[in-house]
Design a protein. Structure first.
Length: 263
């Protein structure tokens, strides 16, 4: 897998749909669809420990990352398959490749998965010459691109000397349709160490989410840790009928970076 943020991006997808974590090949989108890769390969691997959010425990993600590397290398070298995305959702890990029509992936995938015999898998192959699954289901929308920008800003802050693992004030904003739904959410977060500020937007006549809960707490701002905090708030807000909107973090390098999930 490429390491450049300009080639691959990682984001959460969880507003108004199932919650998932997606890694997508952004660079290939400028050239897609590729005429020599009209077949979509989808490999689905059930997790052993999906965790409450359905995207895998920390320990299992390490094993799944090993499977990731083996599958991407094997299919790339033996089938000329283009890796376009990986999705963690609902207790499953899904890989997406586009490959030549002559590709015979069954034996290649079986051999790669043989290094982890405890994991079952399902391989499907369908024609998708327009790459509709890539563009319609996997490619990030505007809000998800904002999250990708946040990750880039985190990387930029680190390059400028910000030690992102050092806790600093981080503020999160969540919105709810009623006072009652917001109160239900607050019951779940009140013991998490957040300073809570309640707001209401009386001019929010164009939508139903006028009741805001602003949550502030000192936290680490590095990519894995901050994502876990955001993920937990995403899930809790949706369970209560609301949504997670954005965050803003202070930086020891005097920068500010944040995410807006509704732009």
């Amino acid at each position: 897998m490429a390491s450049s943020l300009e080639e691959f991006g990682t984001f959460f997808r969880g507003i108004g749909r199932r919650l998932s974590s997606v890694i997508v090949n952004l660079a290939i989108g400028d050239r897609a669809p590729l005429n020599d890769a009209p077949c979509l390969l989808r490999i689905t691997i059930p997790m052993h420990d999906a965790a409450a959010h359905g995207m895998g425990s920390t320990s299992e993600r390490q094993i799944l990352n090993e499977l990731d590397r083996k599958l991407v290398r094997a299919l790339g070298e033996q089938c000329a398959a283009k890796f376009v995305a990986r999705e963690l959702t609902k207790g499953q890990m899904k890989f997406y490749f586009y490959a030549p029509a002559s590709c015979e992936p069954d034996a290649v995938v079986a051999e790669a998965m043989g290094h982890h015999p405890g994991y079952k898998f399902r391989l499907t192959r369908t024609r998708d010459p327009e790459w509709s699954v890539y563009f319609d289901e996997l490619y990030p929308n505007r809000a998800e691109f904002q999250m990708l920008t946040t990750h880039e800003r985190q990387a930029a802050a680190a390059e400028m000397g910000d030690s992102l693992e050092i806790p600093r004030p981080i503020c999160h904003w969540t919105y709810f349709p009623t006072v009652e739904s917001r109160a239900q959410f607050l019951k779940q977060v009140q013991d998490r160490g957040f300073h809570i500020h309640l707001l209401e937007n009386p001019e929010a006549t164009g939508h139903n989410f006028r009741y805001c809960a602003e949550l502030a707490r000192k936290d680490r701002a590095d990519h894995p840790y901050l994502d876990d905090v955001i993920l937990w708030l995403f899930v809790r807000a949706e369970e209560c009928g609301g949504y997670y909107d954005s965050f803003e973090a202070e930086s020891v390098a005097n920068l500010t970076f944040g995410l807006s999930a509704t732009e």
